[in-house]
Design a protein around this ligand. Sequence first.
Ligand code: FPP
Ligand code: MG
Length: 298
Amino acid sequence: MLSAVERKIEQFIVDLNDKEVRALYSKLPHGKRLRAKLILTIAGSGLSVIKTAAVVEMIHAASLLHDDVIDDAYTRRSRPSLNAVYGNKTAIMLGDILYSKGFLELNAISPEVAKIVSNAVVQLSLGELKDVSLSKTFNLDKEMYLEMIYQKTASLMEASAGAAAYLSGKDKTAYMTYGRNLGIAFQMIDDILDITMDTETLGKPALHDFEEGKTTLPYIYLYEALESKEAEKLKSLHGKKLTTDEQQWIKMMMHNTSVIQKSYNEAKVLIDEAIALMDEKGEKALSNIAIAMIERNF
Ligand code: FPP
Ligand code: MG
């Protein structure tokens, strides 16, 4: 079924009638297509469903193109990012083309689907701005972190589930809660993997978040758990290029204080809630997506 989504995206790209855009798009890795998978699993494979999944994946791809420019990231999914190869201007414009074509197609699907998805893209952008602003400070406010990851990542998953539920006449609220929980947990796990995984498995440099100024959940918990001298040391390393010794020190402190486990448990609570919601509806495949998500290691 996912191949129908790939074909639809390719068709939308061909519609643009621009050789350069076709060539650039062919260079993008496809990723896990988690949002498309959610949509198809909830709503089946009708034309509107395939189109919605294609549009959501185009918007997601656009957001990552912009995000890699914003994050100065030169690797994405184990390959040089598009900005690394073609420069920031090309990456930004390809992102603009993908999401504006996505919006054009969205309008032809249904006003309700268009409303749900475009509202999420506003949230996505607000969330990314919040991420940038919070990175300028040593943020220790967990609520701000949670709100930011909800907007930046979970809003599009929540909208994907909501749009799919709408298209298939299912109960929108329950599916949106499922998507929201899945999205927040997804970003929490992403932030944990930045610390626990090596660069090769991640397909991008490890411990990059803290160097970029991002105090993700394990860092917030670590600061709370450390004695004042060590807490000050952690603060002094924030937003800097870390030496191997400094990286080892952070990992050791995280190990000693069990903050990775604490953060993981928090993601697990959200996933268990999502699974319970879907089990209640007999949606085994959606429960399985949630289980696979919490168990992923890349
Ligand atoms: C990845 O976060 C970033 C996002 C999930 C959202 C990015 C959103 C924008 C750039 C807003 C603009 C939107 C459009 C449609 C152009 P991350 O940096 O934590 O994850 P990473 O490790 O995968 O880079
Ligand atoms: Mg990024």
